[in-house]
Design a binder for this molecule. Structure first.
Ligand SMILES: NC(=O)c1ccc[n+]([C@@H]2O[C@H](COP(=O)([O-])OP(=O)(O)OC[C@H]3O[C@@H](n4cnc5c(N)ncnc54)[C@H](O)[C@@H]3O)[C@@H](O)[C@H]2O)c1
Length: 254
């Protein structure tokens, strides 16, 4: 079960955190993995790990917010069976202290980046007779979290785009789902703690860990396991769904 042999999988932001864990597990399950990543050095590290484990991987340096770059990369890859829209950036702030520039930046990467890759993938999947898409949403797509105005806007959009794409491409045999993690311990979390709570890193890490009723953050590999299921043929009956992976955050935080 859960084999991806013969499938071409594109993982955006596969140089770090959740995307890296997804790239590693997809390669282990037999996929030809294409890491689409802004940071070349990070992509090289993922490639080295996959190759050391005997997997098949190609890396593409690309800013997903740039449609010209995305189209060029998808053209070079040639076909796609699985797309994981994972590349994303964080922002801390409420409505009033979120600047226009911050809002635009979050939109460009988290929303337009996903749109660019969805658009490039869907036509190719249709030509091939089908495909599977997984988008990285978040608990903020579903519940209110303090000081996440722009980020929530972007992840709400991811959830809505997932439903829209799932609906429009049903007859093309393209499945589209999303996952909504609570906090996952990745450089993304470490980065925003360091940036937004300097000097209070340990205290904030502890505090954020405890906001999951289960008492800790997720591991990237735990999200990758769910991604593998949803992108495998075993999940062929699942489309237009969002899966929280949140240690009880959405339903048990009361
Ligand atoms: N870590 C969490 O707690 C958490 C929770 C819920 C959802 N998510 C979502 O999961 C996804 C991955 O998060 P992570 O924690 O692994 O982050 P991360 O920062 O560890 O990795 C993100 C990767 O995306 C790449 N990237 C950023 N901007 C890019 C761009 N414009 N073009 C191409 N690549 C780009 C980065 O270089 C990095 O390698 C994000 O969409 C994030 O919003 C994360």
């Amino acid at each position: 079960m859960f084999k991806l042999t013969g499938k071409k999988a594109i993982v955006t932001g596969g140089g770090s955190g959740i995307g890296k864990a997804i790239a590693l597990v997809f390669a282990r399950q037999g996929a030809e993995v294409h890491v689409v990543e802004l940071h070349e050095a990070a992509a090289y590290e993922t490639r080295a790990e996959i190759e050391a484990a005997g997997g098949l991987v190609f890396i593409h340096t690309c800013d997903v917010s740039r449609q010209d770059q995305v189209n060029k990369v998808f053209e070079a890859i040639g076909g796609v069976d699985i797309l994981v829209n994972n590349a994303g950036i964080a922002h801390v702030g409420n409505l009033e202290n979120t600047s226009e520039a911050d809002l635009d930046r979050i939109y460009q990467v988290n929303v337009k980046g996903a749109y660019n890759c969805l658009q490039a993938a869907v036509s190719r999947m249709r030509e091939q007779g089908g495909g599977t898409i997984l988008n990285l949403a978040s608990i903020v797509s579903h519940v209110g979290i303090p000081d996440r105005f722009a980020y929530s806007m972007s992840k709400g959009a991811i959830h809505a785009m997932t439903l829209s794409v799932a609906k429009d491409y049903l007859s093309d045999n393209i499945r589209c789902n999303s996952v909504s993690p609570a906090r996952v311990h990745t450089p993304f979390v470490d980065g925003f703690i360091a940036k937004n709570y300097p000097g209070k890193e340990d205290e904030m890490f502890e505090k954020l860990s405890k906001t999951q009723p289960i008492g800790r953050m997720a591991r990237p590999e735990e999200v990758a396991a769910l991604a593998l299921f949803l992108c495998s043929d075993e999940a062929a009956f699942i489309t237009g769904c969002d899966y929280p992976i949140d240690g009880g955050f959405i339903k048990l935080n009361n």
